[in-house]
Design a protein around this ligand. Structure first.
Ligand SMILES: *Cc1c(COP(=O)(O)O)cnc(C)c1O
Length: 387
């Protein structure tokens, strides 16, 4: 099946559900077993089937199955947030004395987890240049257990050479975890390019409506048990109503993603021509580092990109942002609505230097009419240069 068909078909079975199109929600903690033999039999395979509420109900498994099919994985594990999927996957493979290679352009809370929890548990962490490619081999240590990739990078959108990084990591006995949130499980499949675990914030494009927190880790056959055991040990669980909403959001991913892509490219192209703009940072633009790799490995681009403005003051930037009508200010992204926030990548880098000439904003292109969005941007840029 092609991916757009898969999105509508996988994870539902109307014949088993009175002909109802969508899978039902079960609210459950206790699951009853009629006989001792059946109870014992069920717990011989504790990670399969309906055993106990925390271990998942049919709607959890339906969502996991659907996202796993899209990502081309063996099994997926639903988590309460993207951040929880990331932390759980890292904990699954890192023990005291182990070493992690973390990309310098990682989502900031991922860095926080490394600094707070992992270092506190005696894990060594080294940040590396997102554009390192096969050069990662030089950073591998005998105790390196995980190489973590986020492509494109948060805020700065460098596209990473995942196949080259995975080859070097595997040669040294480490596994690769890749954050696939930007591509929305739609335009990129990290597991096809050498990753051993894909982690993602379902909160963004899968949910797609800015109303549910959700994460997923999608694994290979070799990595499944470690991640599943870690999520079980940590007691993570996703509420059935949230799984239902995520699966409902997922059904329209195939129409939403191309629209986010098209509008983002329209806005990016328009912004590039503006005198107030220094540079537009979007993986589909040749000036963005890693663009050639994006062209080689990705089948499209999503709605999230950044704009580096010329040397305007904080007050000028505030005049622009405070008056936007359609671009709202707030964290997260991937919903139907457009967003714009100020970002400062230079404050978090340690392995590389992010030199900025002026303020930077991150834009999420929503599903509004692109002409209305451009009108809003035009007025915003006028406030910026007038301030
Ligand atoms: C938002 C985001 C996350 C975290 O997801 P939450 O569901 O907000 O915890 C992880 N990675 C990336 C790249 C993100 O943008």
């Amino acid at each position: 099946m092609k991916k757009d068909t898969l999105i509508t078909e996988v994870g539902r079975d109307p014949e088993k559900n009175f002909g109802v199109v969508n899978p039902p929600v079960h609210h459950a903690s206790t699951i009853l077993f009629p006989t001792m033999a059946e109870l014992e039999e069920a717990y011989r395979t504790p990670f399969d089937g309906v055993r106990y509420g925390r271990r998942g109900t049919p709607i959890t498994f339906a969502l996991e199955e659907a996202v796993t099919a899209l990502e081309g994985g063996y099994r997926g594990i639903a988590m309460p947030s993207g951040r929880s999927a990331i932390s759980t996957a890292l904990l699954a493979f890192l023990k005291s004395g182990g070493h992690l290679l973390m990309v310098d352009a990682a989502y900031e809370p991922t860095r926080e987890f490394c600094e707070n929890m992992l270092r506190g548990f005696g894990v060594e962490v080294t940040y590396y240049d997102p554009l390192i490619g096969s050069g990662i081999a030089r950073l591998m240590q005998p105790n390196t257990k995980v190489v973590y990739v986020e492509s494109p990078g948060s805020l700065t959108f460098e596209v990473q050479d995942l196949p080259a990084i995975a080859e070097a990591a595997h040669a040294a006995g480490a596994i690769v975890i890749a954050d696939n949130t930007w591509a929305g499980s739609y335009y990129f499949r990290p597991l096809d390019h050498g990753a051993d675990v894909a982690v993602l914030a379902g909160t963004k494009y899968i949910v797609g409506h800015s109303d549910v927190m959700l994460g997923l880790a999608v694994t290979t056959e070799e990595t499944f048990l470690a991640v599943k055991q870690a999520s079980h040990d940590l007691g993570t669980h996703v509420a059935p109503d949230d799984c239902y909403l995520a699966l409902r959001g997922l059904r329209t991913l195939g129409v939403r993603m191309p629209r986010h892509e098209e509008t983002a490219l329209t806005l990016a192209g328009w912004l590039e021509q503006r005198p107030e703009v220094c540079r537009v940072i979007h993986p589909a633009l040749p000036s963005t580092p890693g663009h050639e790799i994006w062209k080689r490995d990705f089948s499209g681009s999503s709605g999230l990109f950044s704009v580096l403005l010329n040397d305007y003051s904080r007050e000028a930037l505030a005049a622009m942002l405070d008056g936007m009508r359609l671009f709202s200010m707030g964290y997260s992204w991937g919903g139907f609505e457009s967003l714009m926030i100020p970002v400062k990548p230079e404050e978090t880098r340690t392995a590389t230097r992010w030199a900025t000439e002026g303020p930077m904003v991150r834009i999420h292109a929503g599903l509004e009419d692109p002409e209305d969005l451009i009108d809003d941007l035009e007025k915003g840029l006028a406030r910026l240069s007038a301030a």
